[in-house]
Design a protein around this ligand. Structure first.
Ligand SMILES: [Cu+2]
Length: 147
C-alpha cells in the first residue's frame, strides 16, 4: 500500500514538472521596459506612467486591470487629437499580440495615475500591477523621473 502511494506521489511530481516545462510562455511573461513615471508637482493629484509594454509570449495577452498601491486610482488612457483639441479617453482593455509591443508615451497611450499615496518624486519607484483577462497578475517597479 505504501508503495502505491509513493508511486502516485512520484507520478504527480513528474506530471507537475511536465506541466511547468510545457506551459506556453512560462518564461516569457509580459514586460514593461523603458518605463518611467512623471513626478507629481506639489498640489497636483495626478500623473502618468509611460514605457513599452511587450508580449514575448507565444499567445496573445489582454490586460484588463490596472492598479498600484501608490495611487488610489489607475486606468489606461489614450490621448487623441480631434479637430485640434487634445483629449484623453479611457481604454478599458489592451490586447497585445504574441511578439508585439505597445508604446505608452506622452500624447498616446499612458497609465493615468490618480490620488497619489505619499510623495511621487524622483529617487523612488512606483509599483504598477497589471492583470490579464485569464487572471494572471504582473507587477513592475517603475522609477519616478523628470524627463
Ligand atoms: Cu490620461
Amino acid at each position: 500500500m505504501k508503495n502505491i502511494f509513493r508511486q502516485l506521489g512520484y507520478g504527480w511530481l513528474v506530471f507537475g514538472i511536465l506541466l511547468v516545462a510545457c506551459s506556453p510562455g512560462s518564461k516569457a511573461g509580459p514586460e514593461f521596459t523603458e518605463s518611467w513615471v512623471r513626478p507629481v508637482p506639489p498640489g497636483m493629484k495626478m500623473t502618468a506612467a509611460f514605457g513599452v509594454l511587450s508580449n514575448p509570449g507565444r499567445s496573445d495577452i489582454e490586460f484588463v486591470s490596472f492598479a498600484s498601491p501608490d495611487f488610489g486610482d489607475v486606468s489606461l488612457h489614450r490621448t487623441e487629437v480631434q479637430d485640434g483639441v487634445s483629449r484623453m479617453l479611457e481604454v478599458p482593455a489592451l490586447s497585445i499580440g504574441a511578439g508585439a509591443e505597445v508604446m505608452l508615451e506622452p500624447g498616446g497611450y499612458h497609465l493615468m495615475l490618480m490620488m497619489p499615496v505619499g510623495e511621487i518624486q524622483p529617487g523612488r519607484t512606483v509599483t504598477i500591477e497589471l492583470a490579464t483577462a485569464d487572471g494572471r497578475r504582473f507587477s513592475y517597479q517603475v522609477p519616478v523621473e523628470r524627463r
